[in-house]
Design a protein around this ligand. Sequence first.
Ligand code: NAP
Length: 315
Amino acid sequence: MSTNPADPVNILFAATDRHWETYEAPLRTALDKADLSYTLATDLPPGSVDFIIYAPNGDLQDFSPFMRLRAVLNLWAGVEGITGNPTLTAPLARMVDHGLTQGMVEWVLGHVMRHHLGMDAHIVNPQHIWEAKAPPLARDRQVTILGIGELGEACAKALDTVGFQVTGWSRSPKSIPGISCLHGETQLAGALARADILVLLLPLTGQTENLLNADRLSQLPPGAVILNPGRGALIDDSALLKALDGHLAHATLDVFRTEPLPPDHPFWAHPKITVTPHIASETRPASASEVIASNIKRSIAGEPLLHLVDRSAGY
Ligand code: NAP
């Protein structure tokens, strides 16, 4: 349904106060630039709201009073906190933002290079050991990325540019120049078996929860390294601890089942685990605001939303 672009729309910002402080100015800039006539506020009568800009960790969980809601625009890429909400019937768009993507590429590239070059041995070397052994070239190292959507594909291309042998795994078949693309349950074992370094960039859904269980972890080659900037529940925590006490070399984890990671969690103290505090990447307010403004404009014009979530697939 399209409406006259000159008609004002009411946009509710439903996220934390901290988000509002960061997003209000860039959102107004982007909405003005898109020539939209709007009211943007953190509190509006539910029956008057056309669009909700949303972060799933805020207070709003019941969408049923929003009778004329046209869309919910998620501030985050991950939507597992909202896809199962039965009170939401309006279309849901997730965040695809080039700043967010670039941040993830940099995090993944940095952590891949740490393990590829064996940097730790030289950074922490209290005995001053002089072992003159050069690392292999990237072309001799295989990196597998589970999930080659917006973020995974950008990471795959960056790693390919450096020279790594990159395999990507997704739900549907794909063809990406330079990347060996596998898909579906039956090709997962092959993707794991070749992973010197495994990167998880899957969304958390009913199909991906605990995907890396004891059996799948055992399919990784000896000495493999896991990087998880996807979601904590993609990995079975206790199976990971066991595999690290066995054939795996290291896991660098950015995301966890409970965040912040509780102080007594065994991941903190494990010598083969690096914890980063969910900082792999984040939505950048200026570029994300432009994505939101353009989606509101599309909706007003009766055009399909960009980055629409398939609620049945869960992402
Ligand atoms: P996306 O574009 O939706 O890509 C998801 C990828 O996962 C797609 O390739 C999809 O396959 C694949 N996939 C989904 N379910 C699958 C299944 N059952 N089997 C095999 N492959 C499956 O998502 P994105 O924007 O790249 O984001 C990925 C995730 O990164 C987010 O959901 C979020 O959890 C996480 N993230 C983390 C941070 C952080 O700071 N740590 C920041 C942003 C995002 P198809 O291509 O076939 O659909």
